[in-house]
Design a protein around this ligand. Structure first.
Ligand code: ZN
Length: 177
């Protein structure tokens, strides 16, 4: 067994591979290697997701309702995987939610260390069943204030800046309504 492990380790350092091993202390200082390939790609979002993105552009969060199980699926799907049937109608959600889970992140989206943390997590949307929300940013609250179950509301970009993406919502802030 020990021999196998040694053999396996040897395969991780093949001869003739260029580059430099990272020391443990360097790993702490430079936590990552980033590469940004200029890859451009396109795909069809599908009927439900296309409508969802178009509605975001209008400042609305929509889901699909299945009348049989009475669930509103968000992000929407044209098929209810629980009832094994097509969903029935479009439903607009109020844009309010509670925080289901969150993280206070000292790494930005490129894994660079940052001084001011980003608040990010999952929202449990009002009008949708539990655990049926999506991931987003939180703001207008401090890392000390944020907590699971906190009532929040969507803050939208100005209409002219929206482009049919989940980032048309800037972030969720503590609910004022
Ligand atoms: Zn259903």
């Amino acid at each position: 067994m020990a021999e196998q492990t040694k053999e396996y380790r040897a395969t991780l350092k093949p001869e003739g591979v260029r580059g430099k091993s990272i020391r443990k202390d360097e790993l702490r200082e430079v936590p990552h290697v980033t590469s940004r390939p200029n890859a451009k790609y396109a795909w069809a979002a599908g009927v439900a997701m296309s409508r969802f993105l178009d509605e975001l552009k209008e400042g609305r969060i929509v889901g699909r309702k299945c009348r049989k199980c009475a669930r509103v699926l968000v992000p929407p799907r044209m098929f209810c995987e629980r009832c094994y049937r097509q969903t029935d109608e479009w439903v607009e959600l109020p844009g309010t939610a509670v925080i289901e889970t969150f993280a206070v992140s000292y790494l930005d989206t490129d894994a660079n260390r940052i001084k001011e943390p980003i608040l990010v997590g999952v929202v449990d949307l009002d009008g949708a069943p539990p655990h049926c929300g999506f991931m987003h940013y939180f703001d207008e609250m401090s890392p000390d204030e944020i907590h699971i179950g906190m009532p929040v509301e969507a803050v939208w970009k100005p209409k002219e800046e929206r482009d049919g993406a989940i980032t048309d919502i800037r972030y969720f802030r503590p609910r004022r309504k």
